[in-house]
Design a protein around this ligand. Structure first.
Ligand code: CP
Ligand code: NVA
Length: 313
């Protein structure tokens, strides 16, 4: 297993499935794991707001016997010109692991390179790996065969969409992204996933038609139209995305036992109607809960003590 979790591109299908397996075990045997990170401290360095990521990581760490310290970027010397590399070196001397939520993916990469401790990407403008590992874990938990499903992402070609595509091509998912013209996923990421898809029996489809994506889908997934840091483009985006709402008319096209997913927070009556979000097909609350279980698996994998076969004491 690698040192950090910053980009799903770096994970193999085997590593992803091992995380799922551990998350299932931890979810079932909560007590057995309640001391596994005793004496360890996880830092959470956040430059953007968060409800789920912050709370689920903090609770996960505490339930595993460890401690957390929450660091708002703007309150650190980072905000007064200390470099991310120097910050990484210093924090590595105090902490045992670090979750970072920020704007630039490059910043996370520098932090990981310069840190001697594991670094976990808690969302950047480009990726949201912990969310997406949880999302596919939740589908597996619901008994859905990832290799036989049609996954329809409807909305913005954003950070969540990027990570969903990256994992889809590792896990053999038939993935459809329906996005308005001009809001396609990043070209380089599309290129990367398309070439990986061929190897793993997966397929990435890009369309401007939400109906084409939703037709016979097993899962319809959406995210906010206006991500954190994009408030200036809010009015323009909302008018451009108005035909991409997940509503009753759209979900009627899906398979009989379709599921609705959303990483949350939801902007009700924008990207999704309350009727659909609160319907019996919606699994969004289980999806949110699973952040806790899946992230415990990440923490144990990256921060747990490796068995010292030849160790003295
Ligand atoms: N889905 C998600 O990451 O939520 P938060 O922004 O509340 O952490
Ligand atoms: N795309 C959203 C995800 C929030 C969890 C954002 O970046 O704001």
């Amino acid at each position: 297993m690698m040192k950090d979790l910053i980009n799903l591109k770096d994970l193999s299908a085997k590593e992803i499935n091992e995380l799922f397996k551990l998350a299932f075990t931890i979810k079932k045997n909560k007590k057995k794991y309640n001391q596994i990170l005793t004496g360890k401290t996880l830092g959470l360095l956040f430059a953007k707001p968060s409800t789920r990521t912050r709370v689920s990581f903090e609770v996960a760490m505490h339930q595993l016997g460890g401690d957390t310290i929450f660091l708002r970027s703007k309150e650190l010397q980072l905000n007064r010109g200390e470099t991310i590399a120097d910050t990484a070196k210093v924090l590595s001397r105090y902490l045992d692991g670090l979750v970072i939520r920020t704007f630039s993916q490059e910043e996370v990469e520098v932090l990981a390179k310069e840190s001697s401790i594991p670094v976990i990407n808690g969302l950047t403008d480009k990726f949201h790996p912990c969310q997406v590992l949880t999302d596919y874990f939740t589908l597996v938990e619901k008994g859905i065969d990832l290799k036989k499903m049609k996954f329809a992402y409807v909305g913005d070609g954003n950070n969540v969409c990027h990570s969903l595509m990256q994992a889809a091509v590792k896990l053999g998912v038939e993935f459809w992204a329906a996005v308005p013209e001009g809001y396609e996923p990043d070209k380089d990421i599309l290129c990367e996933v398309s070439s990986e898809a061929d190897k793993n029996g997966s397929k990435i489809h890009l369309t401007n038609s939400p109906q084409e994506a939703a037709e016979n889908a097993d899962c319809i997934y959406t995210d906010v139209w206006v991500s954190m840091g994009q408030d200036d483009s809010k009015d323009k985006k909302i008018s451009k995305f108005k035909d991409f709402q997940i509503n009753n008319a759209l979900v009627k096209l899906a398979k009989k036992n379709y599921v609705i997913m959303h990483c949350l927070p939801a902007h009700r009556e924008e990207e999704i109607t309350s009727e659909v979000l609160d319907s019996k097909n919606s699994i969004v609350w289980d999806q949110a809960e699973n952040r806790l279980h899946l992230q415990k698996a990440i923490l144990v994998t990256l921060m747990g003590d490796k068995l010292e076969l030849n160790g003295s004491d």
